[in-house]
Design a binder for this molecule. Structure first.
Ligand SMILES: [Cu+2]
Length: 150
C-alpha cells in the first residue's frame, strides 16, 4: 500500500502547485472600430482564471495609447463610467468585459486602427502579465454562450 500512496501524494501536490501559478487567459478580445480622428475607444474580452486561487487585475496597458479599466453603470437613468482599480477573478472564474459593463478604456490614441487590425492589450495581475491581440471590429463577436440562451 505505501508504495502506491507515496507517488500519488507527490503527484497531486505538484499538480496543484502548477495550477496555482497559472496566469489569466484572455479570449474573444475585440476593440470597437472608431471613426477617423476619434482618439478613444474601448476593448472587451473574456478573462478566465484557470488557477486554484483568486487572481487580481491591478493595471492594464496598451502600446497604442493610455489604457484604464472602467465600468459603465446606470445611475438615475444616466450611463456613467467609473475607474476600477482592482478586479478580482475568483479561482476558476470567468469575467466578461462587454459593452454596458466592464471595459478597457483606450485614450489618447496616436492613430486610428482599421477594422480587422489588432490592438495589443495587457493586464498586470498578481500572477504576472497576461496579454492578447484584440481585433478591431464594429460590433461584438457572437459569443458561443449566447447561443445557449435560445
Ligand atoms: Cu470607459
Amino acid at each position: 500500500m505505501i508504495d502506491v500512496r507515496v507517488p500519488l501524494i507527490v503527484f497531486f501536490s505538484a499538480f496543484s502547485a502548477s495550477i496555482a501559478a497559472e496566469k489569466l487567459q484572455i479570449s474573444n478580445a475585440w476593440v470597437r472600430a472608431m471613426p477617423p480622428g476619434q482618439k478613444m475607444t474601448a476593448a472587451y474580452f473574456e478573462v478566465h482564471n484557470p488557477s486554484a486561487s483568486a487572481v487580481s487585475i491591478q493595471g492594464v496597458s496598451s502600446s497604442v495609447g493610455m489604457a484604464s479599466l472602467h465600468e459603465t453603470r446606470l445611475e438615475g437613468g444616466r450611463s456613467t463610467m467609473q475607474p476600477v482599480n482592482t478586479l478580482t477573478i475568483e479561482a476558476e472564474g470567468v469575467i466578461a468585459l462587454e459593452p454596458g459593463g466592464l471595459h478597457i478604456m483606450l485614450m489618447g490614441m496616436q492613430s486610428t486602427p482599421a477594422e480587422g487590425d489588432t490592438v495589443p492589450v495587457c493586464l498586470q495581475t498578481t500572477e504576472g502579465e497576461s496579454c492578447t491581440d484584440a481585433q478591431v471590429r464594429r460590433a461584438a463577436p457572437e459569443a458561443k454562450s449566447k447561443h445557449d440562451d435560445h
